[in-house]
Design a protein around this ligand. Structure first.
Ligand code: SF4
Length: 642
């Protein structure tokens, strides 16, 4: 299809997103080139670079990609040429975030500017109102940045007017309180974006594509669907844009930010209906982005007329070869993103480079993603068919080893099989489907209902063994508990456990599990109190999951207590200790205590093999209990060297 003067080979769009793979000064790095090239080789239609700051105030956080001075041009040139060498097309995003800034080089609160001095609810940022002269300067900066993109050989540029950035701050009546030509009625509030778009169009002409990215709705306080529709019509009627790129949400509020990278509790492709309403009102092609995680989801939306192209960003983070697999007629080989938001946006929120829990090669294109065929094929025994064991087996077999994977259960998957039983987490089971597919595709021999012990190792005589037997459920010391039924999370999720009406969930982990178990029990009619050791329920999980979990706990009527360490229980009374005040927190009339204490490493096989002369690797939870992400990463690390 065509986006203005640019022909793209398919409708798959790798939209702009922060990867933190660029250099810390915001210039292009080798790691970032390798990341984008992997998607170009894999058949993406068009790729957008991360939003690049157009002036000195344009960095939402430290390390923002930059396009505000000519020194960045050589780096941009290199990455554009590298992507084009593989049939891809590369666009630059032009960013002015206004008040949506939450980091600074020296840790002080950033100085920000916006349409008006309206603070941002989520980041507590108090901006200064922009003067007329500053508005003119920023519009000129958009044009100058577009000129740099043109000189760097980019195929297109895009103004980042979506998700609460400066143009959206001018557009939203709740933020823009000006009484000059840029405030007041809607026609005035859209003036900033229209003038910036005219300035960019004047610079780039029809030599490269020009588009605008906009939220169809902020889904909270901010830009409404009506305002967004009006601005799309205005841009289109003046023929200012070659395409419109439609998303949802704003970082300014918790309810809006959650839609920026929606978790698995939103259905795949849920943004499509919003994009469709805009598509029906404009001539320009429309790109829709929002959980288009499989070729099937995008194809269905295309057939329904929801959009012309699809932002499949996490889909490509999870499977860089998505486009090539579809082109080769292998859509079922695609490793579908499961919307866990753990290693993509989750890493960004921890200031770490992008990756994927299912495909840790992402973000590590210049390091762990590179491995060779084994010089001398060997026999490898993998004990345990959870995520760690499956990844290790698949990688080792793909390198030419003869791999036997034994799993004690009747099914591959390990802990992921239980994790998918948490409310709204069913899609997590996709990690099992995907890794299992990779195991069989790599030619691994799989034996189910087969427990690995010393006798089996002696019989099979492998050259090396990889222990991936996972963890066992951790429980509190029984000495402090009497006359109260104690139930583990596993028992709750497997079903069949006898649970009374009034339940206390003691959540030492403050992760997905406590939230999910409390939600499940409340939905089943129990009165639930969730008592966390952390500062909030879900403290240690990605922000958007935590926020959506908080909303569901609220709706379910779960009472949440934080800063509480489980101490003991007797005769229907459960005692906690405030972790800072060291004072008791007491819950009376409790019928059942449910314990979320995580796991401890399963060392059974390791102990059984003590003294046995064999190359041994221990990975995943059997090394130390962590999450599926670290399990799969351990599997990759061992599989590529064994
Ligand atoms: S980490 Fe999760 S949400 Fe992110 S790309 Fe991978 S599977 Fe998708």
């Amino acid at each position: 299809m065509k986006l203005g003067p640019v022909t793209i080979r398919n409708r798959i769009v790798f939209t702009g997103h922060d990867s933190l793979l660029q250099n810390s000064d915001g210039t292009i790095s080798e790691a970032y080139i390798a990341y984008q090239v992997a998607r170009a080789k894999g058949g993406a239609g068009v790729q957008m670079l991360a939003a690049a700051g157009i002036d000195a105030y344009s960095a939402t956080a430290v390390g923002q990609l930059r396009i505000d001075h000519d020194d960045v041009i050589p780096g941009l040139k290199r990455i554009a040429e590298a992507v084009r060498a593989h049939g891809g097309r590369l666009f630059a995003q032009l960013l002015q975030p206004g008040r949506e800034v939450y980091g600074s080089e020296d840790g002080t609160l950033p100085l920000t500017f916006s349409a008006s001095a309206t603070p941002s609810e989520r980041f507590r940022v108090h901006p200064r109102e922009m003067s007329a002269a500053m508005i003119a300067k920023v519009i000129a900066d958009y044009a100058a940045a577009a000129d740099r993109a043109l000189r760097a050989g980019m195929d297109g540029v895009e103004i980042v007017a979506n998700q609460g950035n400066l143009p959206a701050q001018f557009l939203a009546a709740a933020i823009n309180k000006r009484d000059d030509a840029f405030g007041g009625q809607l026609a005035n509030r859209m003036r900033f974006l229209l003038e910036a778009s005219r300035a960019v169009r004047e610079v780039v002409g029809n030599r490269i594509a020009f588009g605008v990215r906009i939220s169809a709705s902020d889904m909270d306080i901010g830009v409404t669907e009506e305002e967004s529709m009006a601005v799309c019509r205005a841009l289109d009627s003046e023929n200012l844009v070659d395409y419109l790129s439609i998303v949802l949400g704003t970082p300014a509020t918790r309810g809006g930010s959650y839609h920026i990278v929606a978790p698995m509790n939103e259905r795949p492709g849920y943004v499509g209906s919003y994009a469709q309403r805009i598509k029906q009102a404009v001539k320009a092609p429309v790109i829709a982005t929002g959980r288009f995680n499989t070729p099937h989801a995008a194809e269905a939306a295309l057939m329904a007329g929801e959009a012309d192209a699809f932002g499949m960003t996490r889909a490509l983070i999870c499977d860089p070869d998505l486009g090539r697999k579809i082109a080769e007629g292998r859509p079922d080989d695609v490793r579908a993103c499961i919307g866990c938001v753990q290693a993509c946006i989750g890493h960004y929120q921890k200031h770490a480079p992008v990756s994927c829990i299912q495909f840790p090669e992402t973000g590590r294109e210049t390091t762990l993603a590179r491995y060779e065929r084994a010089a001398a094929p060997r026999k490898i025994l993998v004990a345990g068919g959870g995520p760690a064991g499956m990844k290790a087996a698949a990688i080792a077999a793909s390198r030419g080893h003869s791999v036997l994977l034994c799993e004690a259960a009747p099914q591959l998957g390990g802990q992921a099989l239980l994790a998918q039983r948490l409310p709204t987490r069913a899609e997590f089971g996709g990690i099992v489907t995907n890794l299992q597919h990779e195991v069989y595709a790599a030619g691994v021999e799989v034996r189910l209902k087969t427990l690995v012990n010393r006798a089996l190792v002696e019989k099979e005589r492998p050259d090396a063994i990889i222990i991936a037997t996972g963890g066992v459920t951790a429980m509190p010391d029984p000495d402090n508990f009497s006359d109260i039924p104690i139930v583990s999370v596993d028992e709750v999720l497997r079903g069949g456990a006898k649970i009374g009406k009034r339940v206390v969930v003691a959540d030492r982990q403050s992760d997905w599990v406590g939230i999910g178990v409390a939600e499940k029990l409340a939905a089943e009619g129990h009165h639930v109190r969730l008592v966390c050791a952390g500062v909030q329920a879900g403290e240690f999980i990605p922000v958007y999951l935590r926020d959506s979990g908080a909303a569901r706990l609220f709706e379910a009527g779960v009472e949440v207590t934080t800063y509480a360490r489980l101490f003991g229980a007797e005769q229907g009374v459960v005692y906690f200790e405030h972790v800072v005040a060291h004072k008791p927190i007491v819950f009376e009339n409790v019928d059942t205590l449910v314990v979320c204490f995580g796991e401890r490493a399963n060392r059974t096989l390791e102990d059984d093999l003590e003294g046995f002369d064999i190359e041994t690797h221990i990975i995943g939870d059997s090394l130390a209990p962590r999450t599926a992400e670290e399990a799969v990463l351990d599997g990759l690390k061992v599989g590529r060297v064994v």
